[in-house]
Design a protein around this ligand. Structure first.
Ligand code: 13P
Ligand code: SF4
Length: 302
């Protein structure tokens, strides 16, 4: 069976668009209609005129797509592809936390469940977190769930940031020591880091940005060598766009197992059997989509 041909045939037949996050396996990125970071894919999910969205990514991404386009069918090829960081906070825990900080606005990272979004005032992604914080009027902000991204944005505001103590197990594993050793070994290399890395690693970076921001930075730079502190899925486009440049990852095995669950077979089966349909109950969706829409309504300067 030639999965590639069948995927393209079924997608056309079903009026489906295939979205893939930048961490997906290379063969999935290659066959997708659109690849991108969480922000770019949310925008695509909101704007597409296709009746079916096949989201090659993790659960919260497909949920977000459904919240923005409830009239469309949203499929997640691998039902067990989750984000451990998103599961580090629940709506119940957030409600309790809010009681302890009654004057604070809640900013949630897009890596959260629909229920947590429904309890939040505004959403953000790694691409726009600093800008979103600037648009929040309250002087106190509860930021959930990523303490590292929260710490990073707190560098750009005088507001009181109250950070939920969640983290991405993949990014939080990066160490200052390893990055320092790589810098010593490759003194000409620029360090590019995702803000989910620990603050001590972010401190060493020449540039901090979302996954798509990494592509722009490396493409536009005249430098020939980069130390990349994010998941290895970005290697596919980095090497394709920059055949003359070298990319060294901050540690061996910088891999999100959940992102790598999607295969050509599971993508094919998702289209064939229309599985796995992701929906968000209407009362949660209605509340949650407000916080996503507020984020999308902020004028973009990135
Ligand atoms: P981006 O929004 O930068 O694509 O990151 C998503 C993510 O899950 C990072 O771990
Ligand atoms: Fe979640 Fe980390 Fe995987 Fe991103 S890389 S999806 S934050 S576990």
């Amino acid at each position: 069976m030639d999965y590639r041909t069948e995927i393209r045939r079924l997608a056309a037949e079903m009026d489906a668009v295939i979205l893939a996050h930048n961490y997906q396996p290379a063969e999935i990125q290659e066959i997708a209609d659109i690849t991108g970071d969480s922000l770019g894919l949310s925008i695509q999910a909101a704007q597409t005129d296709k009746s079916t969205i096949v989201f090659c990514g993790v659960h919260f991404m497909a949920e977000t797509a459904h919240m923005l386009s409830p009239q469309k069918t949203v499929l997640l090829p691998e039902i067990n592809a989750g984000c451990p960081m998103a599961d580090m906070i629940t709506a119940d825990k957030l409600r309790e936390f809010k009681k302890q900080h009654p004057n604070a606005a809640v900013v949630c990272y897009v890596n959260t469940t629909a229920e947590v979004k429904a309890e939040s005032d505004i959403c953000c992604t790694s691409a726009n977190a600093v800008n979103v914080i600037k648009h929040v009027e309250a002087d106190e902000i509860i930021f959930v769930p990523d303490r590292n991204l929260g710490h990073y944005v707190s560098r750009f505001t005088d507001k009181k940031m109250i950070l939920w103590q969640g983290w991405c197990p993949i990014h939080n594993r990066t160490t200052e020591l390893e990055v320092r050793q790589l810098k010593e070994k490759y003194p000409d290399a620029l360090v590019v880091a995702h803000p989910e890395n620990p603050p001590s690693v972010v401190d060493l970076a020449d540039h901090v940005c979302s996954t798509s921001g990494i592509y722009t930075y490396c493409r536009e730079s005249t430098n020939k060598r980069f130390i990349i502190a994010t998941e290895e899925g970005v290697r596919y486009l980095l090497e394709k766009q920059n055949p003359d440049k070298e990319f060294i990852f901050a540690y061996d095995g910088f891999i999100c197992k959940n992102m790598k669950k999607t295969t050509l077979k599971s993508l094919y089966e998702a289209l064939l059997h229309k599985q796995h349909v992701i929906t968000v109950p209407e009362e949660i969706r209605e509340k949650g989509v407000r916080c996503i829409q507020k984020m999308l309504d902020i004028p973009r300067n990135y």
